[in-house]
Design a protein around this ligand. Structure first.
Ligand code: PLP
Length: 401
């Protein structure tokens, strides 16, 4: 852990002043390298992409497309053409539901989700089901809060066309057995979409090994900017999907008699794209890659384990989720609303998330209206765990009075 840190906190202006930031699962703080890259992209390097014939624009286009190659390498994609830039994971899932979903899912056919999904991986499918008359099924969780793959395997049928699951839960930190889920989905002829929002910043990804059909993640949880994310799918899958937004840049030829569309990924990137954000995402990926995803995973899951072990010492605390968590720990304290936990911890300089975490069906399953959540990042260290525990001991003393 010593080796891992090497003064990394100093790279993050947002952490100045000794703040214990434990809300990285909501959004990660940004290293100076990302701010600098975006500053250059918005300043001395700024120009549009894909259109200009002048050198500045040609250079920016090269940088933009190099970033796409960087993303492809980072996630083990076969080609950069498999990587569509979207606004974030939410937009990526909406794209798949609207384009692939409308073209491939009809009345009476089924979509499989799980009890722990983020609203972003529920609502677009509900909207699709409303449009098409498709049905939604919910895969339950194991006792320790993982997606129950035994149940999934036993209950998928040939009516299921889409299985859409979180790779890592944003509330419980539970990690999906993605290969088993892929095998189960493919066995019945369904596609597998993985919501990788919480996995991309913590786990080495390889699209071929994962064997899913769609993968989405957001830049801002990966130490990059908001307003950019990635949808990955194989090129033939993307090229068989109809565009979902029309406009400039996504076309082959436009006439009033009819319009033809560009091949992927362009056909899904209508309009001027998020130029500085893509450059910032590339800088974030370079930063994370230089540390190494394997070390990041070990570091964050180690901190989560330390936190769980320490929190077990406070009698009134219930820990949710599995022991093996990808850097995310959710808990409740008997007789104390999570918002009060969050407010008192804030007074101690500790920032945690309190609420339903955009996962209300999971809250219902836990029998809690809300939980408190501590989530770790590459800048987190043992001092954050110590501050969290000390803060919670204070909460416990206040409410015991
Ligand atoms: C698991 C998961 N899925 C989807 C999302 C939505 O991401 P975004 O709001 O960046 O589109 C989040 C963000 O909290 C998440 O944690």
């Amino acid at each position: 852990m010593e080796k891992f840190q090497t003064r990394r906190r100093d790279d993050f202006p947002g952490l100045a002043g000794g703040w214990h930031y434990l809300d990285t699962a909501a959004t990660a703080q940004k290293p100076q390298a990302v701010l600098d890259a975006m500053n250059r992209a918005m300043g001395k390097d700024y120009a549009t992409v894909h259109r200009g014939v002048y050198k500045r624009s040609a250079d920016m286009t090269l940088a933009f497309e190099a970033a796409r190659r960087g993303v492809a390498e980072f996630i083990g994609a076969a080609s950069e053409n498999e990587c569509v830039f979207v606004r974030g994971a939410t937009e990526g899932i909406n794209l798949v539901a609207n384009s692939w979903g409308d073209a491939n899912i009809g009345a009476g056919e089924r979509i499989m989700l799980s009890q722990l999904e983020h609203h972003s991986n529920i609502v677009p499918w509900q909207m699709l089901a409303e449009r098409t008359g498709a049905q939604i099924d919910i895969c339950p969780l194991t006792e320790d809060g993982c997606i129950d793959l035994d149940w999934l395997e036993a209950n998928l049928t040939e009516q299921h066309k889409m299985v859409a699951l979180a790779h890592v839960s944003n509330v419980l930190g539970s990690i999906l057995g993605a290969n088993r889920a892929a095998k189960a989905a493919h066995k019945v002829g369904a596609k597998l979409l993985l919501d990788g929002c919480q996995a991309a910043p913590r786990m080495r990804l390889n699209m071929t090994e994962l064997d899913c059909d769609f993968y989405v993640f957001s830049g801002h949880k990966l130490y990059g900017p908001t307003g950019v994310g990635v949808l990955w799918a194989r090129e033939d899958t993307l090229n068989a999907m109809p565009p979902w937004q029309g406009g400039g840049a996504m076309i082959d030829k436009v006439s009033f008699e009819g319009t033809t569309y560009a091949p992927a990924p362009g056909r899904f990137e209508a309009g001027t794209p998020m130029i500085a954000e893509v450059i910032g995402l590339q800088a974030a990926i370079d930063y994370v890659d230089a540390i190494g995803l394997e070390d990041i995973f070990a570091h964050e899951s180690g901190l989560a384990k330390q936190a769980r072990d320490a929190l077990r010492g406070i009698n009134s605390i219930t820990l949710h989720g599995p022991e093996e968590s990808a850097g995310i720990v959710s808990f409740t304290m008997q007789g104390v609303h999570p918002h009060d936990i969050g407010t008192i911890l804030d007074e101690e300089g500790v920032a945690v998330r309190a609420g339903h975490h955009c996962a209300q069906p999971l809250m219902e399953h836990l029998g809690e209206p809300a939980t408190a959540r501590a989530s770790f990042g590459i800048y987190s260290d043992e001092s954050d765990v110590t501050a969290l525990v000390a803060g919670l001991e204070r909460v416990s003393r206040i409410f015991a009075q």
